[in-house]
Design a protein around this ligand. Structure first.
Ligand code: XMP
Length: 507
């Protein structure tokens, strides 16, 4: 196993993930604690970057023992500076901050740089720099701005790089990590997702012991995978609920029955609260008011159901790593970027311990685990669906009739995209109900009905998105089918707005 010491970098998880992608187990340890790595069978240690500065008094220091244990160490960015600081070198402010692409030039042969091009692009993000390397170290690579871009003390197996090998912009990054993990640490490829699942199940059992866990299953990828994991770990000690607020798609509810109840034998309690939500939403057209009502009612319904589970000890959530990093950092000082809807809310209301078994994983890892646990590909590869559901896709006041119309139109769009192999190439594709009536003509008769807008976008992270230029034949088929098959709709329009300036959802 490779230990990663976390000094609070946004990239700590990424380092861990890259090591796992090489087929080697890795575990993150907070900086500032002493560990007996030899007892833990650690074969190598990677020191992460940090938003902090080695020259600050309150800096997180590397444990000196690390560099004398005989276990190979690779310091990345701040990690290299912490190593230099600890081993008697000098770190100080540079003249200018180096951020972005630099060209790395190899100036000395090293097992760390084996197979790396003489010159290659690397990605830098630092202000401080190594001014004097410690005794016994030597510089093995430089950039035009930075002499000590990579250093080594080969006989003690200590290595440092100022750039970030874990990001894809560093062309030689994978090679350097692989050199460190396999050639220097002599680790073996023996990690796979099966191990992760077994470990996670053991950890959940250990954490929950004789307690009871409740959760709100949304039917999305993350909560479905958590549900499968908890059910495997806890069986009858696990109580998943599905709140049917009437604004889910038909297939979401069918899937709960077909996949969770029938196939996986997980007893999900479906709370049919459609009437309650429609009553509360009656006549409300402001998007924020609608969101608030749906969110508050959801919490009330769930809390009421949860309170019936006497002796509940934990609340499970499908939080994944990007949710945490965007909202609060890894707990070791990484900078807060934005708040996230998955974190907070319910736990305070219920006074239960939070269980977040996916919180160290990225989305594609969660998907792979879901497939390995037997969840259907159709569920695992589904497009994101917002918590307030169709409530934010029906413009103006929401009611069950409009929800039914939207549901039908949406099912047609999805079916056509899947049949034309277009669905999985898109980030999201859905219909929006417009409370606008337009005139049409059907079978010689005049119609006066509502409009459906098609919203199909490409994106990698939902922060930005571009409208998808779908084949006109497919669009025409969707439009024809919606107008012919969905009563109440006589016109279909296409949204061709990018994000920004538009958002993906209309409300
Ligand atoms: P926007 O509309 O802001 O959406 O471009 C970005 C992504 O977030 C999804 N979304 C939500 N997801 N609860 C969720 O779980 C919500 O309230 C919510 N609002 C938007 C949206 O579908 C898109 O993928």
């Amino acid at each position: 196993m490779i230990a990663i010491i976390d000094f609070g970098s946004q990239y700590t998880m990424l380092i861990s993930r890259k090591v796992k992608e090489l087929g080697v187990k890795s575990r993150i340890f907070p900086a500032g604690c002493s560990y007996n790595f030899k007892n833990l069978k650690i074969q190598g240690i990677i020191l992460s970057g940090s938003p902090s500065s080695v020259s600050k008094n309150n800096r997180l220091k590397a444990d000196r023992e690390l560099f004398y244990s005989g276990i190979p160490v690779l310091g990345i960015c701040y990690g290299m500076q912490a190593m230099v600081d600890c081993c008697g070198g000098r770190v100080g402010k540079g003249i200018k901050r180096e951020y972005g692409k630099s060209i790395l030039k190899i100036i000395g042969k090293s097992p760390l740089l084996e197979g790396v091009e003489q010159e290659s692009n690397v990605w830098m993000s630092h202000y401080d720099r190594v001014l004097k390397i410690p005794q016994g170290f030597r510089i093995i690579a430089s950039t035009s701005d930075l002499e000590a871009a990579a250093i080594e003390k080969r006989n003690k197996k200590l290595y440092g790089v100022q750039f970030h090998p874990e990001v894809t912009h560093s062309a030689c990054g994978n090679r350097i990590l692989s050199n460190f993990v396999f050639n220097i640490c002599r680790a073996e490829k023996d990690w796979d997702l099966g191990d992760w699942i077994d470990d996670a199940v053991d950890k959940i059992k250990e954490e929950v012991k004789g307690g009871k866990v409740i959760m709100a299953l949304s039917g999305g990828v993350d909560s479905s995978v958590v549900c499968a994991l908890l059910s495997r770990a806890l069986k009858e000690q696990f109580y998943p609920f599905f709140v049917d607020h009437g604004l889910m798609r038909k297939k979401d509810i069918e899937r709960i029955n077909k996949v969770f109840l029938d196939k996986l034998d997980i007893a999900v309690t479906i709370l049919n609260e459609r009437e309650r939500f429609f009553k509360k939403l009656k006549g409300v057209s402001d998007p924020e008011d609608k969101r608030k009502i749906i969110g508050n009612e959801f919490i009330k319904v769930f809390v009421k159901a949860a309170e019936k589970i006497k002796g509940a000890t934990h609340l499970a959530q499908g939080t994944i790593f990007p949710d945490i990093i965007e909202s609060a950092g890894t707990g070791n000082g990484s900078a807060k970027i934005k708040s996230h809807h998955n974190v907070g809310g319910l736990p305070e209301k219920l006074d239960l311990k939070l269980l977040e078994p996916l919180k160290e994983l990225y989305k594609d890892e969660v998907r792979n685990i879901g497939i390995k646990m037997g969840l259907p590909e159709e569920l695992i590869k589904q497009h994101p669906f917002p918590g307030p559901g169709l409530g934010v896709r029906i413009m103006g006041p929401v009611d069950s009739k409009k929800a039914k119309i939207l549901n039908k139109a949406d099912a047609i769009l999805e079916q056509e995209l899947k049949e034309n192999s277009l669905y999985y190439g898109l980030w999201q594709a859905f219909c929006v109900f417009l409370p606008v009536k337009t005139v049409g003509v059907m079978g010689d008769a005049r119609t006066y009905e509502n409009v459906i807008a098609l919203r199909c976008v490409k994106s990698t992270d939902a922060m930005t998105a571009s409208w998808a230029d779908l084949p006109h034949g497919a669009l025409e088929r969707v439009s024809t089918r919606i107008v012919n098959e969905v009563e109440g709709i006589n016109r279909v329009v296409l949204d061709i707005t990018n994000k920004p300036p538009g958002t993906i959802e209309w409300e």
